[in-house]
Write a protein that binds this ligand. Structure first.
Ligand code: 5GP
Length: 190
């Protein structure tokens, strides 16, 4: 396989998309490689550099921008940049795998626009903004200010849901995982 497919999971944070993406990435028969984004945000408790993200400084991030190394990037939150390096997609395709992304809504639509035929873009919808807020609080990784910022962003992002190929409601996680598995399986085998 010279170029594989691209599977994008986008959603407001706290929607459970990371859990779904990590579950899918572990299913060997789907042949997926997780696209490790670069970010300038600080590492959270149990995250691993090079596995969850490439944690880099703002200066290093800006250098990549100037050098044109990103397929897409964004300042998702103030001073917190996130982006997909072109080299990351090439690395995964070179392994003969499809790429699975956990990125924000604009980033997801950006990838879909650049590779319309190769991309399955899935929007993970939390049951409600209130549930999402509870999940963010439960995670205990963000300050009150950050949670507010994420909730405000989520309200905007929900409006883009209909631009995705599929909207996946994550009410009951186990069901959402099964549905996600089937969607991806159909797409990679078609
Ligand atoms: P978190 O800080 O919770 O890990 O991520 C914040 C948001 O940034 C999430 O919606 C996450 O999916 C998104 N994100 C992660 N990597 C990328 C990326 O490479 N590009 C874009 N546009 N968003 C990303």
């Amino acid at each position: 396989m010279k170029q594989g497919k691209l599977i994008v999971f986008s959603a407001p944070s706290g929607s459970g998309k990371t859990t779904i993406v990590q579950y899918l990435a572990k299913q060997a028969e789907l042949n997926l490689g997780f696209s490790v984004s670069a970010t300038s945000r600080p590492k959270r408790g149990d995250e691993i550099d090079g596995k969850d993200y490439h944690f880099i400084s703002i200066e290093a991030f800006k250098k990549h921008i100037i050098q044109g190394n990103f397929i897409e990037f964004e300042e998702v939150y103030t001073n917190n940049f996130y982006g997909t390096l072109k080299s990351e997609i090439d690395r995964i395709w070179a392994l003969g795998k499809h790429v699975i992304f956990d990125i924000d809504v604009e980033g997801g639509l950006n990838i879909k626009k650049q590779f319309p035929d190769k991309t399955l873009a899935i929007f993970v919808q939390p049951p409600s903004i209130e549930v999402m807020e509870q999940r963010l609080r439960g995670r205990k990784t963000d300050s009150e200010e950050k949670i507010k910022e994420r909730v405000a962003k989520a309200q905007k992002e929900m409006k883009y849901a209909t631009n995705f190929d599929v909207i996946l409601l994550n009410d009951i996680l186990e069901q959402a995982k099964k549905q996600a598995y089937q969607l991806v399986k159909n797409f990679v085998t078609q």
